[in-house]
Ligand binder design. Structure first.
Ligand SMILES: [Zn+2]
Length: 345
């Protein structure tokens, strides 16, 4: 089966120069980390202090009810209002600052993971933003308490012919993840078990390549992050990862990749069922190449909650009017419901 992200909107894809199907690659195989395959260049870690802000009230029993689609939408709006936000631009730095400020307001500690790597457009500096939470307010937060990853990319695809602001493709999942951070902070013990990651460089400069391509294009941030987890000996502490991408469509249909880890799909679908949202979740016809693939290559079971049935994908029409707070709320609530069950085990 073809592994390829650009599976729909063939006419649009053709107009943009086409995309080639990526070759088959076995999921969960080792990245075969040799030094030559590691991302080039240097990693600089900058930690940001987070004010201790711990609730004194007991955590909400039904924490998924705290997720506000409207608050998430406001975060999305702030991202979109910056305009196009491709990797390596000052606009993406503005987006990053908003992410960091929002995380800190919710009591999360922020780390920038900075690296430079070769792309089809030459070397580019990328910056992943990582959020961690200390249940006790200790600083720095421990790196050993996290058992789940929840991730989104926050860059937008670069276009020279259209103004592309990525309301769903980039901003929706990013804004919702900031609202998730606010809600998780209501339950410090739970928040300390979650690592939030905002990936840079998900979008390809030219076209996506297979994950094991010696000259990869796309998934730059997740590839570097996943390999860092392995190199730091932290990959094994994560039971699972959840990736959000393009979750804003007004007509929400989450299209899970059919090769999603069965335990994760079952858990997410059963949470959707429990919240009366099962009709918004289904399976895509083909596999989807996205940031979750890099987590899986680090042997972390990972699922992609993505609505790939979105007609405005990679068009100038991917704007705020085509996404809805209700869609963000549905994905946020289902994810929180699932996290509560999975992390209680
Ligand atoms: Zn995209």
């Amino acid at each position: 089966m073809v592994r390829f992200r650009c599976l729909i909107l063939i006419a649009v894809v053709a107009a943009l120069g086409g995309c080639k199907p990526a070759p088959k690659a076995a999921s969960g195989t080792s990245p075969g980390e040799t030094e030559s395959e590691r991302p080039e260049a240097i990693s600089v870690i900058k930690s940001g202090g987070a004010p201790a802000k711990r609730p004194t009230v007991p955590p909400p029993a039904e924490i998924w009810k705290e997720f506000s689609g409207d608050k998430a939408f406001e975060e999305v709006r702030r991202q979109v209002e910056i305009g196009p936000r491709p990797s390596g631009t000052p606009e993406l730095e503005k987006a990053r600052v908003l992410i960091e400020e929002s995380l800190r307001r919710s009591g999360w500690e922020v780390e920038r993971q900075v690296f430079t790597t070769e792309t089809p457009r030459g070397p580019v500096e990328f910056i992943n933003v990582i959020g961690r939470f200390s249940a006790t307010g200790a600083h720095p937060a421990s790196r050993k308490t996290q058992r789940a990853l929840v991730c989104s990319h926050y860059d937008t695809k670069r276009f020279s012919t259209i103004k592309f602001v990525g309301a769903s493709d980039g901003a929706s999942s990013t804004g919702a993840l900031l609202e998730l951070a606010r809600v998780l902070a209501l339950d410090p013990a739970m928040a300390a078990q979650v690592e939030l990651v905002f990936f840079d460089g998900e979008e390809a400069f030219v076209q996506f390549t297979a994950p094991d391509d010696p000259k990869p294009d796309g998934l730059f941030g997740s590839r570097y992050y996943a390999r860092s987890l392995t190199a730091d000996g932290r990959a094994a502490q994560f039971k699972f990862g959840i990736l959000w991408d393009m979750i804003g469509d007004r007509d929400l249909t989450i299209t899970l990749p059919p090769d999603s880890p069965p335990e994760l799909s079952r858990g997410v679908l059963s949470s959707a069922e429990a919240l009366g949202l099962r009709q918004n979740f289904g399976f895509f016809a083909r596999t989807i190449l996205d940031d979750h693939e890099e987590l899986r290559r680090a042997h972390i079971p990972a699922i992609d909650l993505i609505d790939f049935d979105y007609v405005y994908w990679h068009t100038a029409g991917d704007t705020l009017e085509h996404i809805a707070p209700e869609s963000l709320q549905k994905v946020g609530a289902v994810t929180l419901h699932y996290l509560r069950q999975a992390l209680a085990k």
